[in-house]
Design a protein around this ligand. Structure first.
Ligand code: HEM
Ligand SMILES: *[C@@H]1O[C@H](CO)[C@@H](O)[C@H](O)[C@H]1NC(C)=O
Ligand SMILES: *[C@@H]1O[C@H](CO)[C@@H](O)[C@H](O)[C@H]1NC(C)=O
Ligand SMILES: *[C@@H]1O[C@H](CO)[C@@H](O)[C@H](O)[C@H]1NC(C)=O
Ligand SMILES: CC(=O)N[C@H]1CO[C@H](CO)[C@@H](O)[C@@H]1O
Length: 520
């Protein structure tokens, strides 16, 4: 109180104060006019922004997918909008997408962050890296996926996780006749499959550490969720993120616990690997590949050398793989189960395919899995209707002009695919689930860049093959045991949200009928 009074008694020249306020106002006005006049100045259309927030208030009232669809209808296939202060150019055109993602990759090789709060040093995370550093780490990941993605060991690890899921579902069914929320079961399956494939943990280790890892996965999904306002604010205004991080305490704790776990676990894993004399091409887990591989790096004197990965680099890769695999897989399985429940004819056709490839109750092999053509069609149709990643982002790293658009260094480009997936001219009757859209003939009649569930180009998802394999094992296991049907709690249409990729907002409710019973 005392200080407040004395401030008022300070001898301030009122004209000087007025002049100061006027100057600040003019400065802010000029800044806003320049910031929000950017797209107009380069002749790009787009929705009218408001100061400070840009155009993001539209995402409050409607789903993100709907907003981008509506904008495409009004502004065409190239337009601009503002995420807070940041201009973002949207590209909905397949040829233009090819220009950005592949042809001019050297000028668009960085991505924007989609997780506002990250604790592991950001400069080690492959999703955030750029330049030569990214190139070398990415080359390692590509080699790793290439050498492990068709190993039968990985298939049997995934199968173990699916056996656990089936057991849990059977137990749940004995206590209820009505519909069940399968999300929790799928989350657990995805988490266990990741733990087995990436870390090669034993049953005992999974019992011991599984919950710590699942908690981390669930917390990191919430920490980047659309319905989390703190995270939304941090994404919109990255300069506030360091302060907002204080509210992200549960995620940070879960992260610290997992990093500690990995620090203890990695040396044990290396030791057992040495004891077992693993040969170069016989890696039974992604971790074993990472700990025994070399990476190309530039020395202080500029020369290129090969060295093994540091523990920090390994942990960064593990955390990224963990997150990437878990979020996308759990959402995709839930979506495909939902669609199979709603489309009985497709489900039965898929079951026919499964019965023709796999012998009853036999182990699943990788040679059998690759024959699942109809599954792949169902899988792609699921992604078209529920685009887990509706678009990919790139940041321009060098001024250039492409198709008459002037790109300035630092401009964010969003290649949005989801509006194309609902375009009548490309996918007729887009509301219906119809896997035949992905028959060979139908696919070859479309532009190859009109359907990009895994992104595209050198920065596209390295895990596509692996992802499809995990999904196939999960779906084969489930459909061999159960018929999936909608129930009274099944949402129609399914409500969706982003955490940070698209996922069911309230879980997925279905009835599972054991197939033995059906046959009787
Ligand atoms: C259904 C499952 C999956 C979907 C829908 C998916 C989708 C995507 C998409 C859209 C991107 C961005 C691509 C781009 O910017 O062009 C991406 C990046 C990435 N994904 Fe996946 N993904 C899936 C599964 C996996 C799996 C199983 C792995 C494990 C290896 C993985 C590892 C990665 C990594 C490491 C990146 C970053 C690559 C980089 O920055 O260079 N993903 N994913
Ligand atoms: C279904 O399960 C998921 C995952 O455990 C949970 O987040 C969701 O709230 C559940 N849905 C309902 C309606 O309880
Ligand atoms: C596995 O990889 C080998 C070469 O490394 C290849 O010849 C074979 O076709 C692949 N198998 C499957 C099922 O993809
Ligand atoms: C499904 O989509 C992916 C990604 O575009 C593609 O690589 C694959 O060949 C497609 N499969 C089918 C059966 O359409
Ligand atoms: C896939 C997944 O883990 N989803 C969870 C994300 O976080 C929310 C909120 O904590 C859960 O409800 C989801 O099940």
């Amino acid at each position: 109180m005392f200080f407040a009074m004395s401030a008022f008694q300070l001898d301030v020249n009122p004209y000087l104060l007025l002049a100061f306020v006027a100057m600040v106002t003019i400065y802010i006005f000029g800044y806003m006019k320049e910031t929000y006049g950017f797209f107009q100045s380069i002749g790009i259309p787009g929705p009218k922004p408001v100061w400070v927030f840009g155009n993001v208030q539209e995402f409050k009232e409607k789903s993100v997918l709907t907003v981008f669809e509506e904008w495409k209808k009004v502004y065409g296939s190239v337009y601009g909008f503002y995420e807070g202060f940041r201009p973002s150019l949207v590209v909905n055109d397949p040829e233009f997408a090819r220009d950005i993602l592949t042809k001019n990759f050297d000028k668009f090789h960085i991505r924007t962050k989609y997780r506002p709060f990250e604790y592991y040093p950001g400069n080690l995370r492959i999703t955030n890296l750029g330049g030569e550093h990214w190139k070398n780490q990415r080359a390692l990941l590509n080699r790793m996926i290439h050498s492990t993605s068709n190993l039968s060991q990985l298939v049997s690890k995934i199968e173990k996780a699916s056996t656990v899921m089936l057991q849990a579902l059977e137990n749940a069914l004995t206590s209820t006749n009505s519909g069940i929320n399968i999300s929790r079961f799928v989350d657990k399956f995805a988490s266990e499959a990741v733990i087995r494939m990436v870390l090669d943990m034993s049953d005992e280790e999974i019992r011991q550490y599984g919950d710590t890892i699942l908690t981390y996965e669930v917390e990191s999904n919430w920490s980047a969720a659309k319905d989390n306002h703190v995270s939304g604010l941090a994404t919109l205004f990255p300069s506030l993120a360091p302060f907002l991080k204080i509210a992200d305490v549960k995620h940070r704790r879960a992260h610290d616990a997992v990093v500690k776990l990995l620090r203890d676990y990695i040396p044990l894993s290396i030791a057992s690997q040495n004891n077992n004399h693993v040969k170069a091409n016989e890696h039974y887990s992604l971790l074993s590949y990472l700990t025994s591989s070399n990476i190309l790096t530039r020395d202080v004197d500029g020369s290129l050398t090969r060295r093994s990965l540091s523990t920090d680099e390994i942990i960064a890769h593990l955390l990224t793989l963990e997150g990437e695999i878990f979020t996308s897989i759990t959402a995709s399985i839930q979506f495909i189960l939902y669609e199979l429940a709603m489309n009985e004819d497709c489900q039965e056709r898929l079951v026919d395919e499964i019965n023709s490839i796999f012998k009853k109750d036999d182990e699943i092999t990788s040679e059998q899995l690759v024959q699942m053509k109809y599954f792949d069609m169902c899988f792609n149709e699921t992604f078209r209707k529920h685009p887990v990643a509706p678009g990919v982002s790139r940041v321009c790293t060098e001024d250039c002009t492409i198709r008459g658009v002037r790109f300035k260094r630092g401009l964010v480009v969003r290649v949005m695919n989801s509006p194309i997936y609902n375009d009548e001219r490309i996918f007729s009757n887009p509301e219906t689930f119809n896997p035949d859209r992905f028959s060979n003939d139908a696919t070859s009649s479309r532009h190859p860049y009109s359907f990009l569930p895994f992104g595209q180009g050198p920065r596209g998802c390295p895990g596509q093959k692996l992802a499809i394999m995990i999904m196939r094992v999960a779906i084969v296991s489930l459909l061999r045991k159960f018929k999936i049907q909608p129930c009274s709690e099944t949402e129609m249409p399914l409500k969706e949200t982003f955490r940070p990729s698209l996922c069911p907002a309230n879980g997925v409710f279905v009835t599972l009928v054991p197939r033995m019973v059906c046959a009787e």
